[in-house]
Design a protein around this ligand. Structure first.
Ligand code: ANZ
Ligand code: ZN
Length: 771
């Protein structure tokens, strides 16, 4: 028997798979489809560490398993290469982003290829490829056409370090998600997508997403933040004020008689005209409050005059930017009232409907979700395909002129003028208006990094359709060419990635997909039917893997020393898939040893045509059926760690045999094949397999053989039935007594009394006699 030489085997089979195009997705045919998708990486300069492939390996195991179960698999891979991460890397390393992306993609692909994934690389996509982003631009133009993209001058989140405006989703605890610099509010011209038009649909359709983890749906619900309340107008009494009422939004109109003051946000219009007395509010964060002197508001329910305060616990961009304060019922109002000695009223609550009528309130629904600030003042993104014309205003670039290519430039650093570096490139900026031929200027803002990933799943489908010149496959107008294929392949059946996308990418992608559904491009409302999230792999010191901590493990090194199959098996075995877990290279050794034992088991194989049905050893037969059942269900549910341990148990039992039927050994190899595809392929061909194991049929099990023979043992104590429990058939008298005495119920009844004798009636009853 040859030695298990992982290096030789893995290289050989990867070449074979590529040469024979084993994983190339075929269009058509009778098999049911299964679209397995990974959240694609942005190609950072650091390359992959061992934490990254955890999700990819899981998706790979799943797609291989589904393929063996008769599905036509689409499992593609690509790169999310536009946006801040790629650009900041380029700036730091003084390499043009285009070149950096090229280099990094190459590096990533090399690393991915080492791990033996079953991707159909012929469908690879790169979001910064003009053939790809012309569609990103096209979808934007459709939104523009439908009034879903609008220009705005509202103050937005701005990162003073990245020098660009940000969306709400890019801000975490008031800091830029990329560089952790505190963001500031800055008024600037921007393009905004009306995602709020889809808030209700996005909320409603979460109910249909049965294949999503509950916590992700909950995060989306909170992010959308639907709140039903009432808008009430309070008349303002003041000689100077031009504003004659303050509108508040409340979800507790029943507390209207308990209102003792109003609070407005520092950015409220009432302040703009009374600057002198309130200027000291600005800039002070926290629970600072200032009374607006000389202004009173009238409670419409009882005519009471109320003081008006300014405080930043009231947010300018939620509801109406003003509240009615009810310190008796609201905690924040209570804290505030105590701090500033404001009255607290315990007035009775009123019927809701009655209160609404009384104050002439308007029912309103508010969402926490904000429209998506969609422009960045940065170079490395999709140009927004619009032209500003002196005569016609904003004009869309015609479809035939797409893509609007990002111009090649020497200087791509962000400017501090609030404009994109593109604004300086006169040759690119100055164009003729497509409508009137007059003087026009291109929009110089670019799209955010989340644009491409909002629709990329469809691009993989497009790549498989038409057969135009190399390199441009599947990226041609018109869109109607692809509709049938979208119908066929969508939705994605299983989407695998990290939880950090719960309220960003997964919100944006659902929004775009719903829009494409509304304009008749795709046939379903939701892009991702199934979703699974992997837990983080930490460094062996328990910290997040990072260069900074020096705890990064490179998968290339692991593959070299232990093999891709060991890496894969270890990552699936290390713990429950969705849980965070530290890396421990020592444990790979154990997994490698397991593979070596599988390898050695060859020597016991006797070639025969017996199937498991004719096994003489019924214990092994039953274990085989149980193992098939367990692994089948475990892979379906992403319980990979328990699937691997079932394989280990099966191996233990097989090793105990003097000889092993070839058919049974083949079963073991098939069950192993999604996890360790290279060694499985080698052993399969050693056993005489003519074609790849990965297109073999997944083993079936016989349910009747998976059921343990067992019975309910009844326990009597002094003649009274006190307990019963399930025990295996044929259990010995000693075992039965032992198990019985360990039962909590039995202990309770026996207490510290002396047991006279125990009588066991096999397969029926056990009697404990004390007196
Ligand atoms: C009176 C009241 C009494 C309120 C009470 C609550 C409890 P959600 O569910 O989040 O929509 N609110 C309204 N606009 C606000 C703003 N811009 N900044 C801060 N707080 C604001 O909560 C709505 C409630 O949050 C509203 O109902 C309002 O306070 C406050 F016992 O009005 B309530
Ligand atoms: Zn014009």
């Amino acid at each position: 028997m040859k030695k298990y030489d992982h290096k030789k085997i893995e290289k050989k089979w990867r070449k074979y798979w590529a040469d024979k195009k084993i994983y190339k997705t075929k269009e058509g045919g009778k098999k049911p489809k299964c679209f397995v998708l990974d959240m694609f990486p942005y190609p950072s300069g650091e390359g992959l560490h061992v934490g990254h492939p955890r999700g990819y390996i899981a998706a790979d195991v799943y797609s291989r398993f589904k393929r063996m179960n008769g599905f036509n698999i689409l499992h593609p891979m690509g790169f999310d290469s536009f946006g801040l991460p790629a650009e900041n890397y380029a700036i730091k390393n003084k390499i043009h982003p285009e070149i950096a992306v090229k280099n990094n993609v190459k590096k990533f692909k090399k690393q991915l290829e080492l791990i033996g994934f079953d991707y159909d690389w012929s469908r690879e996509i790169i979001t910064s490829d003009p053939n790809f982003y012309k569609w990103t631009q096209w979808i934007f133009l459709k939104m523009f056409e439908k009034g879903l993209a609008y220009e705005s001058y509202e103050p937005i989140n701005f990162c003073p370090s990245c020098l660009t405006g940000l969306a709400n989703e890019d801000v975490e605890d008031g800091k830029c998600e990329r560089c952790a610099t505190p963001v500031v509010k800055k008024p600037m011209r921007q393009w905004v997508l009306k995602i709020t038009d889809y808030a209700e649909k996005m909320l409603e359709d979460l109910k249909e997403l049965k294949g999503w983890p509950e916590h992700i749906k909950e995060a989306q619900r909170n992010w959308i933040g639907k709140s039903e309340g009432v808008e009430i107008s309070f008349k303002v009494k003041s000689q100077k004020s031009k504003v004659d009422d303050i509108k508040v939004f409340t979800t507790r109109v029943d507390t209207i008689f308990g209102v003792t003051y109003l609070v407005i946000a520092p950015e409220h219009p009432l302040i703009q005209e009374k600057t002198p007395s309130t200027s000291d509010v600005d800039g002070k964060r926290g629970e600072m409050g200032v009374e607006l002197k000389g202004v009173k508001a009238v409670n419409p329910a009882n005519g009471e005059e109320l003081p008006v305060w300014v405080a930043d616990y009231v947010l300018a961009d939620y509801g109406t930017g003003a509240i009615m304060a009810v310190p008796a019922h609201d905690e924040r109002d209570f804290e505030f009232a105590k701090k500033y000695n404001l009255p607290i009223s315990n007035a009775a609550l009123v019927d809701k409907d009655e209160a609404i009528k009384k104050v002439n309130g308007k029912k309103k629904i508010n969402y926490k979700l904000k429209d998506w600030v969609f422009s960045r003042q940065r170079y490395w993104g999709e140009p927004i395909p619009l032209i500003h014309c002196e005569n016609c205003g904003v004009v869309a670039v015609p479809e035939k002129d797409l893509p609007v290519k990002l111009p090649k430039v020497k200087f791509y650093e962000p400017t501090d003028t609030g404009e994109s570096p593109l604004a300086k490139i006169d040759k690119w900026v100055n164009v003729k208006c497509p409508k009137c031929g007059g003087k026009g200027k291109r929009e110089t803002n670019t799209m955010p990094q989340w644009a491409g990933s909002s629709w990329y799943c469809l691009a993989y489908i497009m790549r498989g359709i038409s057969n135009p010149p190399a390199g441009r496959a599947g990226f041609q107008f018109p869109i109607s060419k692809y509709k049938k294929a979208f119908q066929h392949w969508m939705p994605v059946d299983m989407y695998v990635g990290g939880t950090e996308h719960a309220t960003r990418h997964l919100i944006y992608a659902r929004f775009w997909h719903k829009f494409l559904y509304d304009i008749g491009i795709v046939g379903g409302k939701e892009p991702f039917a199934g979703l699974k999230n992997q837990g983080l792999i930490l460094g062996n010191d328990g910290r997040k893997m990072s260069k900074r901590w020096g705890n990064v493990v490179n998968p290339d090194d692991v593959v070299k020393e232990y093999g891709a199959d060991s890496l894969r098996l270890y990552e699936m075995f290390m713990g429950p898939f969705d849980q965070m877990i530290p890396w421990d290279t020592r444990n790979i050794v154990g997994v490698k040893r397991f593979l070596e034992r599988v390898w050695k088991l060859q020597s016991k194989v006797i070639k025969s045509v017996k199937s498991i049905k004719s096994q003489e050893n019924s214990k092994l037969e039953s274990l085989l059926h149980k193992t098939i059942k367990k692994i089948t269900e475990d892979i379906e549910n992403f319980h990979f760690n328990t699937a691997v341990s079932a394989l280990m148990i099966l191996l233990n039992e097989m090793e105990k045999e003097d000889s092993l039927d070839a058919e049974n050994y083949k079963l073991l190899i098939k069950l192993l094949s999604p996890f360790a595809p290279h060694i499985a392929e080698e052993l399969w061909s050693e056993l005489g397999g003519k074609k790849t194991i990965h297109l073999e049929k997944w083993p079936e099990f016989d349910v009747s053989k998976t059921i343990e023979n067992s019975f309910k043992l009844v326990v009597q104590i002094d003649g009274k039935k006190r307990d019963f429990f399930e025990v295996p058939a044929g259990i010995s008298e000693d075992e039965a007594k032992d198990l019985t005495l360990k039962r909590a119920n039995v202990k309770k009844w026996v207490g510290d009394k002396r047991i006279e004798k125990i009588i066991y009636a096999p397969n029926k009853i056990i009697n404990i006699v004390m007196r």
